[in-house]
Design a protein around this ligand. Structure first.
Ligand SMILES: [Ca+2]
Length: 416
């Protein structure tokens, strides 16, 4: 094994805007929040509508980052994993009913497949394939075992936390509420707007205790984890992006758990589908849905009760769709490029660089405008393309959206 230090220097490209998925609404949320509070986020929103070229001219070069990339020899069973910690059951249910799935140390190829193949697999798409921030693909090695929630944290589980602590969420305290779904508004981005009545208790559509909690910020999710750590005497936290994708893939190497075709997502994930389009015509306009025929899709308009659809190979549900899931990492659109020191993607998996236990960038120049955190997995209002396992997106840590929730990780002690 050879250890190689790679030093990269590059300019920040600025936030990308996209014609689909979470980002435009993130930007709208940031803009609305910024207007309300006069915060720096309004400046982010202003910048976000500029071209990346224009932004690049405005922003200075970031500091040199030193990243250690390990170059290792041929890998045997790279997608497989080592034995789980010997004294740890693979599946456990904690005191508040969260079912946890154990993952041993292991590795996988992280990131998006080539754009040309992605376009080919999404013939109904109307434009580019995005995912530039999910490239180049690279191999991730995780050296520590962990347990992760089989499902997203539910309304009932979050209520247990609130009842025990009296906690009030960001959206309940900020005076503006969460980003709500407003079907009566003009089509497109205007269908999502801040609403002070919109909180996890009242997201604007019916939810039972078995639905994933929404309208919770990254800060709320972290507060939940801190409380749960005390209750369980085990460290709970949000997954890193690397852990999230490792667990979500569960050995799969394709865009979706069922393959590379967008048609395969509906068996595993509640995404924007024919049910949403039928209930709210035009909602899927920007979502590049593969099929919208009557009865096609997953059948859920808004959030679905967790575990309603098929799990992945290791028993995780809703890794595609339902709600975007907060991860612990700060977001940087060119993180994979910085991390690997590679600007182009190799088609040879054995030639991909290896990174070990990545936890996200320490900071980027974007973070002077807010604490931007990564979200994964897509949501009930995301098209399949935006709900792929490799897809990355982001929001500010105080943002609460009607399509964002989280799942937890419980740390494990590795044993020999
Ligand atoms: Ca759906």
């Amino acid at each position: 094994m050879v250890s190689q230090a790679v030093t990269t220097r590059e300019s920040e490209p600025g936030f990308e805007t996209r014609a689909f998925g979470l980002r435009p609404r993130d930007i709208r949320a940031a803009e609305e929040a910024g207007k309300a509070f006069g915060s720096a986020r309004s400046r982010v929103a202003e910048r976000s509508v500029l071209s990346s070229t224009s932004i690049s001219r405005r922003l200075p070069t970031v500091a040199v980052r030193l990243i250690i990339v390990l170059t290792i020899g041929p890998l045997v069973s790279w997608q497989s994993a080592a034995t789980l910690a010997a004294d740890a059951p693979a599946v456990a249910t904690n005191k508040i009913g969260i079912r946890l799935i154990g993952f041993p140390p292991g590795g996988y190829v992280r990131g998006a497949i080539h754009g040309d193949q992605l376009r080919k697999n999404h013939p109904f798409s109307t434009g580019g394939t995005g995912s530039h921030d999910a490239r180049p693909a690279h191999r991730v090695k995780l050296t520590r075992p962990f347990r992760i929630g089989a499902t997203e944290v539910t309304v009932g589980q979050f209520r247990t936390f609130v009842v025990a602590t009296g906690y009030r969420t960001t959206a309940e305290q900020n005076g503006t509420g969460a980003l709500a779904f407003c079907p009566a508004a003009e089509k497109g981005l205007d269908q999502f707007a801040m609403n002070k009545e919109c909180t996890w208790r009242n997201p604007g559509f019916e939810q039972t205790d078995d639905h994933p909690v929404v309208c919770v910020s990254w800060q709320d999710a972290m507060a939940f984890c801190r409380w749960l750590s005390e209750v369980e005497s085990v460290t709970y936290r949000l997954p890193t992006e690397a852990e999230w994708e490792y667990a979500a893939r569960a050995g799969s190497t394709t865009s979706y758990l069922g393959g590379d075709s967008a048609d395969t997502v509906y068996a595993y994930g509640n995404v924007a589908d024919a049910a949403l389009e039928a209930a709210h015509p035009g909602m899927t306009l920007r979502q590049r849905i593969a099929r919208l025929g009557k009865g096609e899709g997953d059948g859920f308009v808004f959030t679905a009760p967790v575990a309603s659809l098929q799990p992945n190979q290791r028993g995780l549900f809703d890794t595609h769709g339902n709600v975007w899931e907060w991860c612990s990492d700060k977001f940087h659109p060119r993180y994979y490029t910085e991390l690997t020191g590679a600007s182009a993607m190799s088609r040879d998996p054995s030639a991909l660089p290896v990174v070990v236990d990545p936890t996200g960038p320490d900071t980027t120049i974007h973070h002077q405008y807010g604490d931007w955190r990564t979200v994964r997995g897509g949501a009930w209002c995301s098209g399949p393309l935006t709900s792929r396992t490799a897809e990355r997106s982001f929001a500010e840590s105080s943002d609460a959206f009607v399509y964002t929730g989280f799942r937890v990780v419980a740390e494990m002690v590795a044993t020999e």
